[in-house]
Unconditional design. Structure first.
Length: 66
């Protein structure tokens, strides 16, 4: 499992199978939260049990992943 953590406290949990997180294996609400984070941009972290990364990204309002 990986978790997207936004600066405002929003969290999105994605299931990982074979090293890949897919929309089909993820709760639809969590997938929508992750997409919203990416569309809004800003600072967020991606955390797993083994590692974590922090991103500071521009907004991606046209991202179509739903």
């Amino acid at each position: 499992m990986i978790v997207f953590l936004a600066r405002d406290g929003a969290q999105a949990r994605l299931s990982v199978q074979g090293g890949i997180a897919t929309q089909a294996a993820t709760d639809p609400q969590d997938w929508a939260k992750m997409v919203a984070m990416l569309q809004a941009g800003g600072t967020f972290a991606v955390v797993s049990s083994k590692d974590s990364l922090t991103f500071d990204m521009p907004a991606l309002p046209d991202l179509a992943c739903n």
